[in-house]
Design a binder for this molecule. Structure first.
Ligand code: SF4
Length: 419
């Protein structure tokens, strides 16, 4: 979401006559789009603001940390702009506003389409802003406001524009896309509509909330041509007690049932997840329940992290410091990573000797003789040969390196250079 917002801000500034500098040290104005989902990115954003302020730049701080800390950031920035006020940035700079904040969360600024340019193969489209879930560890409902769904015709208009520009992959974005609702159109209806009317080869969506994902959504995806079967389904914890304390709205059993439904309905679907360890009420037994879910679901990918107390989330006020000591939390995280990776490896091995159509999105980090791309269910594969971004290449997976499948090109796609 932040990456998307940064692109929108960049385009907005360019359209209003500003130039883009490749090096912030050379710029007159520095716009910092911040994240406050965990403590580390939050302090990093503030440090960056301090650094540029000291160097005499005009500093604009925006995003979730700006929304959350508001006027308190005026000592490190000239302008503090909330998550629903981006459109004001160029005007505020030009009018010479300084030492000022714009933090109104009431309006949903649906200015996305007007400000976008399609310049990459992989693009995003916002379908929903904000969140109404109030999970007890999370600040998003306070930093991004209440949930608002965009009208389907605006989403379709933006997707058609991206289609006309040759974009190959789009991810539909929202904090809880499954609760999308506009008039009588729910998320499954929106997906069916997009699939029928938009001819972009690969369409994904994120993030799903396990409580809200319905069988109707799963079956709709099963019948879609362009919407691909990748489900990012944050687990957060495997213990029903911890899930209740997190205010997640589902139990361990309900989560497992949804995951199994996906695996049953769409056997080639991938399921990725987010898992948190060290939540203040998590015991060793609760943590074992998380490992149990990991073994049962066999995730294809996972983002794993230690609980980070976030002000103003409800849990922050109940337990200001994480009740678990750092060492225990780190130990649990390490055990979790080992278990998750073991399961991922099993899933990756199932890819051996099979053919996949890869969408190439760049050179491999390790060698220019290799390219990286994604299968249609969103697994990154490295392929021998240097292919163009946006190419579709048929690949046979021949080995697994770490957790990454490596393959040889089969027929489609001509390498720019190859070994
Ligand atoms: S669903 Fe929960 S974790 Fe996700 S953004 Fe909303 S409040 Fe935060």
């Amino acid at each position: 979401m932040n990456e998307y917002d940064s692109r929108i801000i960049e385009n907005l500034m360019l359209r209003k006559g500003f130039d883009l500098s490749n090096n912030p040290e050379d710029a007159d104005i520095v716009v910092i789009n911040t994240c406050s989902v965990r403590g580390k990115p939050e302090s990093k954003g503030i440090e960056v603001a301090k650094h540029f302020k000291k160097r005499g730049k005009l500093v604009v701080i925006t995003g979730c940390t700006a929304q959350q800390k508001g006027d308190n950031l005026l000592n490190v920035a000239d302008l503090v702009i909330g998550t629903r006020n981006f459109q004001i940035i160029p005007e505020a700079i030009k009018k010479g506003y300084r030492n000022k904040s714009f933090l109104d969360l009431k309006t949903f600024c649906d200015f996305y389409f007007a400000e976008r340019r399609a310049e990459t193969v992989l693009e995003y489209v916002v379908i929903q802003e904000g969140c109404d879930n109030f999970c007890s560890y999370c600040v998003v409902p306070y930093t991004r406001g209440r949930e608002v769904s965009r009208p389907p015709e605006k989403i379709l208009e933006e997707l058609k524009y991206l289609e006309s520009k040759g974009v190959k992959e789009v991810t539909l974005l929202g904090q809880n896309v499954n609760s999308y609702y506009y008039g009588s159109i729910d998320f499954a209806d929106l997906l069916a509509m997009v699939d029928k009317k938009v001819n972009i080869p690969r369409i994904y969506f994120t993030t799903s909330h396990p409580r809200d994902i319905s069988l109707k959504v799963i079956r709709t995806i099963k019948n879609c041509l362009h919407v691909k079967p990748w489900f990012h389904l944050p687990l957060q914890a495997g213990s029903s007690k911890v899930l209740r304390d997190m205010n997640r709205g589902y139990t361990k059993e309900e989560y497992l049932e949804i995951a199994m439904k996906i695996r049953r309905e769409i056997p080639n679907a991938t399921i990725s997840t987010d898992i948190m360890v060290g939540f203040p009420t998590e015991t060793e037994e609760d943590f074992e329940e998380t490992l149990d879910v990991v073994r049962k679901v066999q995730f294809d990918n996972a983002y794993m992290f230690i609980y980070s107390p976030r002000n103003p989330s409800p849990m922050y006020f109940r337990v200001k410091e994480a009740s678990l000591d750092e060492e225990t939390a780190s130990k649990r995280l390490r055990r979790l990573i080992v278990e998750v990776n073991r399961n991922i490896l099993e899933r990756r091995k199932m890819m051996l000797n099979r053919e996949y159509e890869l969408l190439i999105y760049g050179p491999s980090k390790k060698s220019s003789k290799y390219s990286k791309g994604k299968t249609e269910n969103n697994i990154t594969v490295v392929v021998q040969g240097s292919f163009k971004e946006g190419d579709f290449v048929s690949v046979k997976v021949t080995r697994i390196s770490g957790l990454t499948p490596i393959g040889l090109p089969q027929k489609a796609g001509v390498p720019v250079t190859s070994e």
